[in-house]
Write a protein that binds this ligand. Sequence first.
Ligand SMILES: *Cc1c(COP(=O)(O)O)cnc(C)c1O
Length: 396
Amino acid sequence: MPLIICKEFDMAVTIGINMELDFTKVPTPAYVVDERLLKKNLEILKSVIDQTGCKILLAQKAFSMFSVYPLISKYLNGTTASSLFEAKLGHEEMEGEVHIYSPAYMEEEIDEIISICDHIVFNSKNQWEKYLDKVKQSGRHVECGLRINPEYSEIETDMYNPCFENSRLGITLEQLKEINLQGIDGLHFHTMCEQNSDVLERTLKVVEERFGSYLHDMKWINFGGGHHITREDYDLETLIRCIKHIKDTYNVEVYLEPGEAVALNTGFLVTKVLDIVESKMNLAIVDTSAACHMPDVLEMPYRPNIIGSGKANEYPYTYRLGAPTCLSGDVIGDYSFKEPLKEGDRLVFCDMAIYTMVKNNTFNGMNLPSIVLYSEDEGMKVIRKFGYEDFKMRLS
Ligand SMILES: *Cc1c(COP(=O)(O)O)cnc(C)c1O
């Protein structure tokens, strides 16, 4: 079939598993994560750990489906967080190290952060000096780091580029020179987004040129996230070479904290057609919303694939898919199908595990999609369903 096939299906072929998931078995809308595909990604990440001795953490910002944390902890070294809540989730649900970075910590949260985190990364001289004594006095072994801004990034959109002019993320070399580094164990940089290891190699060159003299005195360096390690065209050799080079040159531990790469192409969003409206262009209303359930479709923006669909006009029946919300722009995209769509049909969006569940909301009173795990042992298992209470709970 010359249809757009999801990466999930390509991966299934590669690893020789049968992808005949029965999507009619799940309530809609629902996020379905396939444990077999997740394991495949985790094996790739583990192979990098095994070949280099680096440590890899799950960046929960991208994927916080904690029911699979016990599985993830068999492969990875822990979690990283952008906030107290994420840190608590990692601490409670996954074995291993708990790391945190935030542009600025809140005074009322810092004690709890210090009580559960193994690494705390600070974003400014001021923040480091403000909390340094608290960390020292905690009696816990907490390693402190600084996020540097290497002022080098190959990300083209400012929205995702931490090195754009006047970025608040990270300390420049100029600023670092003014900081007393007594008590600092490591440096952290995060300047990549969905990129391959050639970008890492060029970035590291800049990091070494600018910050190399500091690295010799550090215990570790954290390469941040944005490494698309589990994508099929990712160059693992270069990544491994980069990690080994830094470890050997500076005698430091290397951490990576990918989010996307952990759950890339491992999940779906299953939705149902609610209505078809024939107009100048045929419209289909589905029971999911870009604004509520896959906000990156509008923010990035991007067009997610649907199993068995093509681009507009590639197949005889083209529809513009929209949500049942009142937002005019809550349109997922234009898709074509071999057969006409009808009420009740199920459509399955691909690559819906990352930056979806963690970003969803109940705007317009939309219910949140159920969370479903497919595993070889248990088949399709609904882990969580949401309802009116989840909507009401956040309001008053
Ligand atoms: C977002 C983020 C990550 C994870 O990024 P991915 O693109 O999902 O791999 C890791 N570290 C930091 C500091 C981040 O902000």
